[in-house]
Design a binder for this molecule. Structure first.
Ligand code: GTP
Ligand code: MG
Length: 203
């Protein structure tokens, strides 16, 4: 898919204040610092579109971006940043959970997982919570450039095995790097396909 335009629209603390629209909306969620904002910049090919930081806890709001005037990308705050105070963490948890459960405009959700690490309890529990709430999702492994190919494939295979302990089937899986643009075409092709399906079912 060709990205002709990508613009920031608005930031909100609450899903209720987010723009109402009838276009597909794709949201990115995952642990703080996993690379959500970087992935949005990589997909759109716009370096400073979403704000990134090497310090976790950069994105604290629900950020909407409009792409090609046709669909939205949503950058969400990360979950689980331990150094943030308990109250702040709880506030972010509510922002994220309300968005995921109540945002009827949300077409698809991408859960980002750092490809360098062994399966983390917090991510596994988050995906189980999605399952309990019947929210379909895809997995996007990030930071693939940081590992040698053998180790990367081993980690991903291990992750799949771990998922299959509690899931009957695996969700769509993408392997990405904001650094070398790996996975960009695959994620955009997936979005394009979902957009097409929606157009067909809406007529
Ligand atoms: P919060 O907004 O704090 O939840 O974080 P985030 O998930 O939006 O992460 P962000 O995109 O800000 O990236 C965090 C750090 O990881 C930054 O220093 C990025 O440069 C780095 N990073 C993100 N993606 C990649 C990647 O694919 N490869 C490499 N090498 N670094 C990455
Ligand atoms: Mg961010």
């Amino acid at each position: 898919m060709n990205i002709k335009s990508a613009e920031f629209v608005i930031s909100n603390t609450d899903y209720k204040s987010c723009p109402q629209h009838d276009k597909p909306e794709y949201a990115f969620i995952g642990r703080s610092n996993v690379g959500k904002s970087s992935l949005i910049n990589m997909l759109t090919n716009r370096k400073g579109l979403a704000m990134t930081s090497s310090t976790p806890g950069k994105t604290l709001l629900i950020n909407h971006f409009i792409i090609n005037d046709e669909w939205y990308l949503v950058d969400l705050p990360g979950y689980g940043y331990a150094r943030r105070g308990k109250d702040e963490r709880e506030k972010l948890r509510i922002i994220i959970e309300d968005y995921v459960l109540e945002r009827t405009e949300m077409t698809a959700l991408f859960v980002l997982i750092d490809s360098r690490h062994q399966p983390q309890q917090i991510d596994i529990e988050f995906m189980e919570w999605l399952g309990e709430n019947n929210i379909p999702f895809s997995i996007v492994f990030t930071k693939a450039d940081k590992l040698k190919t053998g180790k990367l494939l081993m980690n991903i295979d291990h992750y799949k095995q771990k998922m299959l302990e509690s899931w009957e089937e695996l969700p769509p899986i993408f392997i990405t790097s904001a650094e070398d643009q790996r996975g960009r075409e695959e994620v955009l092709a997936y979005i394009e396909e979902v957009n097409k399906q929606l157009l067909i079912t809406n007529y």
